[in-house]
Ligand binder design. Structure first.
Ligand SMILES: *Cc1c(COP(=O)(O)O)cnc(C)c1O
Length: 417
């Protein structure tokens, strides 16, 4: 459910006509609904009412400061995967002891930054990383709180690029090795073992893979107890899917209920790291039609947003619904919606039945709030887009559109040229 609805054939975000924003800020732009963001976070969090848990919004899904600040104010923690995300999280006001740090490739400077900040825990992804964190913590005269990210080898039945909990994936440590890892961790002077972590993938539309993962983890927790290693935090990652087209992901209460039930009798504090399910359907990408073009075989709608602005279609062949900002009476047509970039992979939709839009009409690319702006680039020296947040009947620019000066910031021509 979201707050992007038609009134008299015109698309609104909450109480603001999308067209009005386009007239004032130009196109393309990302547009988020405050009410939707808030409701999605609260609904997720409340689905776990009665259970000790910390919901750590996964920053990489959408790192805009205003959005992070909103979740912080609603009681969220933060799941980060880089020093940059830690910096943003702190800027947005997150308490360090509500931040967890995942990722297979943490650098020394990032580890030191997180240690000095005093985060809740590192989700460690390899034995070498464990040794390094121990060493850095020793130098800083600190104890590093850690969980080991285990790879439970379950198939999340999602796109291969966003499945992370299979043996063949680079993430986590398999269960057997994890036991060795915990033994090592326990023996290390500057490591404090407090948790266990797993994250099996993204855009998962069934409950079962989560439950399968928990099953392996429960076995592991019991084996660790036999070794006198007590686990306090169980971080089960994120990954819950959303409806882009015709997917029917589980209801939040069914997802939460199944997890809570599976952990009955285990005195653990849960950590959850939802990203997409909170922000995905709370944002859209608004773009303007530049040209209509009739190819030999197909029709093209050329718009002013491209794969550098929204990478998901070209990266994962992902589906995003595309709706007209002002509905017309015309029969829909079939066309490819393509961007201005010099790559054939530059499309937002292929062979799509779509409204019969004309030059200068506006289109809304739906479900673009997660992995949208954050994956955008300056490819072809295109300016990164503005981001707008609507609350009730007002809109706020939460990121200014880049200008040409921004494009060359930090570049320099050496004296010999
Ligand atoms: C990306 C990521 C998430 C969030 O995944 P969603 O599918 O957006 O919920 C959570 N945890 C980790 C470790 C991640 O890498």
């Amino acid at each position: 459910m979201h707050h992007f609805n038609y009134r008299d054939n015109e698309l609104y975000c909450e109480d603001v006509p999308v067209k009005k924003i386009a007239e004032e800020v130009g196109t393309p732009f990302y547009l988020y609904s405050h009410a939707t963001l808030k409701r999605h976070f609260m609904a997720f969090n409340e689905a776990f009412d009665g259970t000790r848990r910390l919901v750590c919004f996964s920053a990489k899904a959408n790192t805009n400061l205003a959005i992070l600040k909103l979740f912080e104010s609603l009681g969220s923690g933060l799941d980060i995967v880089s020093g940059g995300e830690l910096y943003r999280g702190l800027k947005a006001g997150f308490q360090p002891n509500r931040i967890v740090y995942s990722g297979v490739g943490k650098r020394i400077d990032e580890i030191d930054y997180a240690l000095n900040t005093g985060i809740l825990m590192f989700n460690v992804e390899s034995l070498e990383e464990l040794e390094l964190i121990n060493k850095r913590a020793g130098l800083l005269k600190l104890k590093a709180p850690i969980a080991i990210r285990v790879n439970p080898d379950v198939d999340p039945k999602t796109h291969p690029y966003i499945s992370t909990g299979l043996k063949k994936n680079k993430f986590g440590i398999d269960i057997e090795t994890a036991i060795e890892g915990y033994k090592v961790a326990k023996s290390l002077k500057n490591i404090n073992v407090i948790g266990i972590d797993c994250h099996i993938g993204s855009q998962i539309t069934e409950v079962q893979p989560f439950i399968d993962a928990l099953k392996s983890i429960k076995v592991l927790i019991n084996r660790l107890r036999d070794l006198k290693i007590e686990i306090k935090y169980l971080d089960i990652g994120g990954g819950l899917g959303i409806t882009y087209n015709d997917e029917s992901p589980p209801e939040l209460n069914d997802y939460a209920g199944a997890i809570v039930k599976s952990l009955e009798g285990m005195p653990l504090q849960l950590i959850l790291e939802p990203g997409r399910v909170i922000v995905g359907n709370a944002g859209i990408l608004v773009t303007r039609v530049l040209y209509r073009k009739q190819g030999k075989d197909k029709e093209f709608i050329v718009v002013d947003a491209g794969m550098n602005d929204l990478a998901r279609p070209s990266l994962y062949n992902a589906f995003h619904a595309i709706k007209p900002v002002v509905k017309s009476e015309d029969e829909p047509i079939k066309a490819d919606v393509v961007g201005p970039i010099c790559e054939s992979g530059d499309f937002l939709a292929a062979d799509r039945r779509i409204s019969n839009v004309k030059k200068d009409d506006l289109l809304a690319v739906m479900s673009a709030g997660a992995y949208g702006f954050v994956m955008s680039s300056n490819y072809c020296s295109r300016l990164k887009l503005a981001e707008i947040m609507v609350r009730d009947d007002k809109f706020h620019v939460i990121r200014a559109r880049q200008d040409y000066e921004d494009l060359i910031k930090g570049e320099s021509i050496p004296p010999f040229l």
